[in-house]
Design a protein around this ligand. Structure first.
Ligand code: NAG
Ligand code: NAG
Ligand code: NAG
Ligand code: NAG
Ligand code: NAG
Ligand code: ZN
Length: 414
């Protein structure tokens, strides 16, 4: 398999500087004034949403005649109670909803997205995504302006992606921000970078392994500094060599999957013994492969099969984005359902794919209030018309969605 991938693919896989550079200029992200206007638009949408939600009653609600996938397995028929923003334990005084024999699942978690505006939050929400991780916050205020929109997907944030000057991602950072202080190139620079990047308290530290890019001592220092700062760390790796570097450096999670050569036993053994986690973003890998070299998707697919067989925890992430200049745009919301189907096609059982979008990300990102349906957890739930533990595509058969107990009242599903 090695050597069969055209050079052009590997170049573009690395999120090509030429295209990303000029196109990102046109996102107007570079100028502070335009970031201010993005932020203002998002904050206005948040105010409008807050006003709408404030008019709703938050009566205790019981959904009866449903089967429940609680994040682990399915049982029922039973009744689930929502009391305020939490799952309750007794239905006394509740209004009843008939679930009509449908299946209730925890709100879906997309472990890798790049939202820019409130329309994209609506798209995630209407497809049952109740939590999503924004994986490259160049401008903290822009990412934060998409947080705390009541009744919409809960957005979690990463740092800016750590990348080296002159690398593909380093060039993207400069194209997007013209801010060289976001780059670094040696272990000695890690403390200052980490201090400034974690000063606004993002949920996770994001790092890029690529070639040319950060060297191994710097990657190791970043993984260690994140751990010492009690932050989970995520490393981007989209080819075999970078994947091996990310795993060796000790990051908690590796996002994407190699398109040149599948992960091998050495990588799998190390990930298993160091309890590392994979978010393969097959949707993005397939979108890139479709555009550039369709056969290369086989390596990503085979990697997921191997990770799964080696019992490496797998998270469902899509890399959803509508950014100009990246190798592929991926729609928000619908893509998570495609990711679940691709995970199943790569060898996961439907119930395991469901865990990849519920209990697994909750556990591995440390969001202990969600990912499962149990008393005291956030009332992030999705009511489906069919059973996704038998047919994963039934996750698209969405009847109702609640986010922290607030029902989404717009158009649902696909
Ligand atoms: C959000 O971004 C999308 C994709 O770039 C765009 O089509 C849409 O109009 C934007 N919505 C708002 C409210 O700015
Ligand atoms: C990054 O940009 C610099 C300056 O334009 C260029 O010399 C370099 O080749 C670029 N790096 C990559 C990996 O494309
Ligand atoms: C980028 O920043 C440098 C200083 O760090 C400045 O000289 C240059 O004009 C800036 N370029 C753009 C396009 O804003
Ligand atoms: C993905 O892997 C599965 C399981 O090994 C296999 O059945 C399927 O044909 C593979 N699909 C692609 C596109 O390589
Ligand atoms: C799986 O569910 C989807 C969506 O409801 C449906 O279109 C498809 O026919 C189902 N497949 C099977 C094999 O039942
Ligand atoms: Zn991404």
């Amino acid at each position: 398999m090695k050597g069969s991938v055209p050079h052009v693919l590997l170049a573009v896989l690395a999120w090509s500087q030429q295209t990303a550079g000029c196109a990102l200029d046109s996102t107007e992200y570079r100028s502070g004034a335009n970031i201010d206007s993005i932020v203002a638009t998002n904050l206005q949408a948040r105010d409008e949403r807050t006003a709408i939600v404030a008019t709703r009653s938050s009566q205790k609600t019981a959904i009866r005649n449903i089967f429940v996938f609680n994040g682990h397995d399915i049982s029922g028929p039973k009744t689930v109670v929502m009391n305020g923003d939490r799952i309750g334990s007794d239905a006394h005084g509740a209004r009843y909803i008939d679930g009509d024999g449908g299946v209730l699942i925890p709100g879906l978690i997309d472990s890798h997205v790049h939202p820019m505006n409130a329309t994209e939050l609506l798209q995630l929400t209407q497809h049952g995504v109740t939590t999503a991780f924004s994986m490259a916050c160049f401008a903290p205020a822009a990412c934060q302006s998409l947080q705390n929109h009541p009744g919409l997907v809960d957005i979690r944030t990463s740092t800016a992606p750590a990348a080296a000057a002159g690398s593909t991602h380093g060039n993207i950072t400069i194209a997007a921000t013209n801010d060289t202080t976001l780059l670094l190139s040696s272990p000695e620079e890690v403390p200052v970078w980490m201090g400034s990047q974690t000063s606004w308290n993002p949920d996770v530290v994001k790092v890029v392994a690529e070639s040319p890019g950060l060297d191994e001592p710097t990657l190791k220092a970043l993984a260690l500094a994140a751990r010492q700062g009690h932050k989970r760390s995520v490393c981007h790796a989209a080819d075999y060599k970078s994947y091996r570097q990310a795993v060796t450096a000790g990051f908690d999670m590796v996002h994407h999957a190699p398109l040149d050569q599948p992960v091998d036993k050495a990588i799998l053994n190390r990930m298993f013994s160091h309890r590392q986690v994979s978010a393969p973003t097959l949707t993005m890998m397939q979108a890139i492969a479709n555009r550039l070299a369709p056969k290369s998707y086989a390596a990503a697919n085979a990697s997921v099969g191997a990770l799964h067989a080696a019992k490496i925890p797998i998270l469902a992430g899509t890399d959803a984005n509508q950014l100009p200049g990246v190798p592929a745009n991926v729609p928000f919301g619908t893509s998570l359902h495609l990711e679940l189907e691709l995970l199943v096609a790569a060898g996961l059982e439907p119930v395991e794919a469901l865990r990849a979008a519920t209990i697994n990300p909750a556990r591995h990102f440390g969001l202990h209030d969600r990912g499962t349906i149990a008393p005291g957890k956030r009332a992030d739930i999705v009511l489906l018309g069919g059973d996704p533990t038998k047919n994963i595509s039934e996750t698209k058969n969405i009847k109702r969605v609640w986010l922290a107990g607030i029902e989404y009242d717009g158009t649902l599903g696909i």
